[in-house]
Design a protein around this ligand. Structure first.
Ligand SMILES: *[C@@H]1O[C@H](CO)[C@@H](O)[C@H](O)[C@H]1NC(C)=O
Ligand SMILES: *[C@@H]1O[C@H](CO)[C@@H](O)[C@H](O)[C@H]1NC(C)=O
Ligand SMILES: *[C@@H]1O[C@H](CO)[C@@H](O)[C@H](O)[C@H]1NC(C)=O
Ligand SMILES: *[C@@H]1O[C@H](CO)[C@@H](O)[C@H](O)[C@H]1NC(C)=O
Ligand SMILES: *[C@@H]1O[C@H](CO)[C@@H](O)[C@H](O)[C@H]1NC(C)=O
Ligand SMILES: *[C@@H]1O[C@H](CO)[C@@H](O)[C@H](O)[C@H]1NC(C)=O
Ligand SMILES: *[C@@H]1O[C@H](CO)[C@@H](O)[C@H](O)[C@H]1NC(C)=O
Ligand SMILES: *[C@@H]1O[C@H](CO)[C@@H](O)[C@H](O)[C@H]1NC(C)=O
Ligand SMILES: *[C@@H]1O[C@H](CO)[C@@H](O)[C@H](O)[C@H]1NC(C)=O
Ligand SMILES: *[C@@H]1O[C@H](CO)[C@@H](O)[C@H](O)[C@H]1NC(C)=O
Ligand SMILES: *[C@@H]1O[C@H](CO)[C@@H](O)[C@H](O)[C@H]1NC(C)=O
Ligand SMILES: *[C@@H]1O[C@H](CO)[C@@H](O)[C@H](O)[C@H]1NC(C)=O
Length: 521
């Protein structure tokens, strides 16, 4: 539409008015006069809503204005006019009953229909009979129908099939948007959109593609969305899983097995025991089993729609609980440094054996050895700290039992390394008893002892000495002065007993030995 040509089509415009217009346009075209414009608020409107054709910069010298439907100013298209002088309105042939004309030039459309879409002309007559025109247009959009999802394959099979989902109906100027599980579409090679996104194709369906799917439609003025749509995807069965997972069962209990697989439609289940059909249900129950119920248990699952079947085999062993084991040992009292052999006897097979010491799992030291199946425990050499309760525990996968405890008593070897020193020990006691005795007296006594005692048992003495050297008492050579040193350390201890030891641990250790030796006497 060209605004300048509009008056030429208007039958009511006189030639004089036209000439005047031309004159005024050429002579009075003031740059300060802002141009009249019309705005549709809103430019896109949903059917049934209102739209206001808003006039901006209406000139003050307007005498009357006319609203026309369409791009041409013809009488038959007049909707209404407004006369400023009388402040009155008048409707025209194109008036629908839903329009209102305002003194400021604006036109309100109420309850618009799609037929209202189009161009509207405002024509103004000035006080000097000049004309001015402006045009505007708006679009009425139909309310979107509620969309509806249809599919070309209502029972797709996992893996094989592709499925197309169509959003119906097809409407113009509508954008289509898909949502899966409430999420907008993510980048996925298996998804394809076509027909302006109205069709969603799943190229190779998976069981997880059930949805729900929702199609949303949108135009400038409204949105609408379908009900959720879910796919019934046929799949499975998967390899079944038998529970519980253990393969060993206690005899004289009830065997209750359950089989599960994922399948759509749900699978049919059957149980076979050693190849014979036992049950046609998901659960298998055998009361009060015994070892004869050991064997292979098969769960078979079948999907009647895919025609596929799968099975899982479980080899079950029914075991008797183990009987009480017992420990055999030649004696329960041993001398220190002896070898001890303990044997755990059980009349069960397929068992494992472990050893307990004072109720705790036995810590195997480098002095201990276990036979290949743990049935024999050897302690060599045995020490006093090995005294205590020994038990063996036998177990199979369904039970375990502990033997009655055997109490081992490890006693010190009295025949070793005590004879000579015991003389010294006695001397120590004597020294301790007569605490006020002077060192000289002690030395005198000691020297006397040395003269007589050295001859008594040289062999035993050296044996003791080598044991003492293990306690870091000093050099372990066999020089004769050695004897003095050992004896002296004993002496020294007794003299200094109330004080804390100044040198490191050796002295107290030695005194320990000496004390126990004294006790034995
Ligand atoms: C004309 O004016 C009357 C009175 O003010 C009003 O009721 C009516 O709606 C107006 N008509 C139009 C088309 O604006
Ligand atoms: C004209 O009048 C109408 C109704 O009173 C009002 O809604 C509109 O905003 C007015 N237009 C201008 C440009 O002020
Ligand atoms: C709007 O117009 C439709 C017909 O076009 C009519 O059925 C409806 O009642 C009208 N609504 C109002 C609020 O005038
Ligand atoms: C729209 O216009 C067409 C033809 O011009 C007419 O048949 C139809 O009834 C009109 N619709 C409305 C809602 O006015
Ligand atoms: C969806 O569309 C189909 C085909 O157009 C129709 O048969 C079906 O009734 C529609 N469903 C709904 C809920 O509108
Ligand atoms: C869709 O939009 C185009 C251009 O935007 C327009 O020509 C056409 O009439 C519109 N169709 C409908 C049904 O609104
Ligand atoms: C189709 O959807 C994609 C996103 O999923 C979007 O990027 C694209 O613009 C849409 N196309 C149309 C025609 O709506
Ligand atoms: C899904 O399809 C199967 C046939 O493949 C049918 O047996 C089953 O009833 C369907 N499930 C639903 C929820 O429609
Ligand atoms: C079950 O036992 C059979 C024969 O004894 C064997 O071939 C099969 O591998 C076993 N299966 C399982 C799962 O242990
Ligand atoms: C066990 O050993 C102790 C000390 O060596 C000994 O006195 C006892 O006779 C032994 N008993 C048996 C049954 O051998
Ligand atoms: C195993 O020990 C149990 C109980 O001590 C006994 O009843 C059974 O006869 C024994 N079996 C064998 C094979 O020794
Ligand atoms: C032997 O005992 C040790 C633990 O002391 C254990 O780790 C091992 O499995 C046992 N062996 C057998 C055959 O029972």
């Amino acid at each position: 539409m060209e605004l300048t040509s509009a008056p030429l089509h208007n039958a009511q415009v006189s030639w004089s008015g036209l000439l005047l217009t031309v004159f005024l346009l050429t002579c009075w075209n003031s740059p300060t006069t802002a141009k009249v414009t019309v705005e549709a608020v809103p430019p896109h409107v949903a059917e049934g809503q209102n739209v206001l054709l808003l006039v901006h910069n209406l000139p003050a010298e307007v005498r009357a204005f006319y609203w026309y439907k369409g791009e041409t100013v013809v009488d038959s298209n007049e909707i209404a006019r407004f006369l400023i002088s009388s402040s009155t309105n008048k409707t025209g042939p194109a008036y629908s009953g839903r329009e209102m004309i305002y003194p400021n030039g604006s036109l309100l459309f109420q309850n618009v229909t799609q037929n209202d879409t189009g161009v509207y002309m405002l024509n103004m007559i000035m006080e000097n009979f000049d004309y001015e025109s402006a045009s505007v247009q708006f679009r009425v959009h139909p309310p979107l129908p509620k969309p509806n999802i249809t599919t070309n394959n209502s029972n797709p099979m996992e893996g094989d099939d592709s499925v197309a989902l169509m959003c119906e109906p097809k409407t113009q100027n509508t954008t289509y948007l898909w949502r899966i599980n409430g999420q907008s579409l993510s980048e996925d090679d298996r998804l394809k959109q076509s027909e302006g996104n109205r069709t969603l194709t799943l190229l190779s369906v998976l069981r997880t593609d059930i949805g729900p799917y929702v199609c949303q439609t949108r135009n400038q003025v409204s949105t609408s969305q379908s009900d959720p749509f879910t796919l019934n995807i046929t799949y499975g069965p998967d390899a079944p899983i038998i529970s519980p997972s253990n393969i060993y069962f206690h005899s004289r209990t009830n065997l209750s097995l359950s089989c599960h697989t994922d399948s759509n439609p749900p699978a049919q289940y059957s149980w076979f025991v050693n190849g014979d059909l036992q049950s046609s249900s998901q659960e298998l129950f055998i009361p009060n089993i015994n070892t004869n119920n050991s064997g292979s248990y098969t769960c078979l699952v079948y999907n009647s729609v895919t025609g596929l079947n799968k099975n899982t085999i479980k080899n079950i062993t029914v075991l008797e609980p183990v009987t009480l084991p017992f420990i055999q040992v030649i004696n329960t009292t041993f001398k220190e440094l002896d070898s001890v052999f303990m044997t755990c006897y059980s009349n069960n097979t397929g068992i494992s054996i472990s050893w307990l010491f004072n109720g705790q799992s036995l810590r195997i030291t480098d002095r201990m050895k276990l036979s290949q199946n743990n049935s024999t425990l050897t302690i060599d050499p045995v020490r006093r700290e090995d005294s205590g309760d020994y038990q063996c525990e036998v177990s199979n996968p369904v039970s375990s039992k502990k033997s009655d405890p055997i109490q081992l008593n490890i006693i010190p070897d009295l025949t070793q390394g005590t004879a000579v020193l015991s003389g010294g020990a006695i001397a120590s006691i004597v020294v301790g008893a007569v605490a006020g005795m002077t060192l000289i007296a002690v030395l005198a006594y000691f020297l006397y002892f040395r003269k007589t005692g050295r001859r008594t048992d040289q062999r035993d003495l050296t044996e003791h000495k080598s044991s003492a050297s293990n306690h870091n008492l000093g050099p372990s050579d066999n020089s004769p002065t050695k004897v003095d040193e050992v004896a002296y350390s004993v002496l020294d201890f007794n003299a200094q007993q109330p004080k804390p030891p100044t040198s490191a641990s050796p002295s107290p250790r030695v005194t320990e030995e000496v004390y126990s030796e004294v006790k034995k006497k």
